[in-house]
Ligand binder design. Structure first.
Ligand code: BTN
Length: 245
């Protein structure tokens, strides 16, 4: 790992994309950018990601994978598994995943993942994997986030050492991502479903075109797609935002 620690940056994903490009620059090591403060943190679906000075663990790493961009859904799901495994090793329970990759504590968001692909549309693909974990959110950060959130301080009653957490995450991410590169998503499928917050539950899935589908969650496919039992049968989805009905 080639670790860069910043005091402040617009977004660690943008910094990595702008400074480390898609080629193997600087060295063969995995570049990782972590920061105390992001001024323009980005979330999925064009949303903002709010975090205040030192109140989160905010970092991005670059990863090459050979499968091609079609495998992105599987990639983002396995990153969620790595985060859950590490938080479990810190004694944190009652965690679940919301498809594709939000980490929830009692249905409130604890961490998010933003994966951005770069370079050629033919493999190997360069993925910039950005992770934000709420550690001890300042009241004004919480206020800025306009949905149900949680942080590790609320769960454990103590401020977790971010250095230890980052080190454990980088080790587990390398483990999980190497396995993903070799074996793909199928070896992770049953573990992911075990953590699935909405498994077997009735949900609405809002598609990017604004239309929504109703169904019962029936796992995820071998490619990481979400499976819903709907009026027309068992359907797979690669995009969309789910919520409980
Ligand atoms: C989401 O839940 O919508 C994804 C949030 C991802 C946030 C992280 S924080 C580090 C990295 N840099 C960014 O600008 N975003 C990601």
């Amino acid at each position: 790992v080639h670790l860069v620690l910043l005091n402040s940056v617009d977004s660690t994903n943008s910094y990595l994309i702008n400074n480390y490009g898609s080629h193997l620059s600087i060295c063969n090591k995995i570049p990782v950018i972590a920061t105390e403060l992001q001024t323009q943190g980005r979330g999925r679906l064009g949303r903002q990601w709010h975090s205040g000075l030192g109140d989160s663990l905010t970092f991005s790493l670059r990863w090459f994978y050979k499968q091609g961009p079609g495998f992105l859904s599987g990639l983002s799901l396995v990153v969620g598994i790595a985060i859950i495994r590490v938080l479990h090793s810190f004694g944190i329970k009652e965690l679940a995943l919301k498809w594709p990759n939000d980490i929830l504590y009692r249905y409130r968001k604890l961490a998010g993942i933003l994966i951005e692909l770069q370079g050629e549309m033919q493999g190997p693909t360069v993925a910039v994997i950005g992770i934000g974990i709420n550690i001890n959110l300042a009241p004004n950060t919480k206020h800025a986030i306009n949905r149900k959130v949680s942080d590790l301080f609320e769960i454990t009653g103590s401020v977790i050492d971010r250095n230890r957490l980052l080190a454990a995450l980088l080790a587990e991410l390398q483990n999980v991502l190497s396995n993903f590169n070799q074996l793909g998503f199928p070896v992770f499928q049953s573990e992911w479903i075990r953590y699935h917050a909405f498994e077997g539950k009735p949900v609405s899935l809002v598609l990017p075109n604004g239309l929504s589908t109703q169904g019962i969650v029936d796992g995820v496919g071998e490619d990481g797609s979400l499976i819903l039992k709907t009026a027309t049968g068992r359907n797979r989805f690669n995009v969309g935002e789910i919520s409980l009905r």
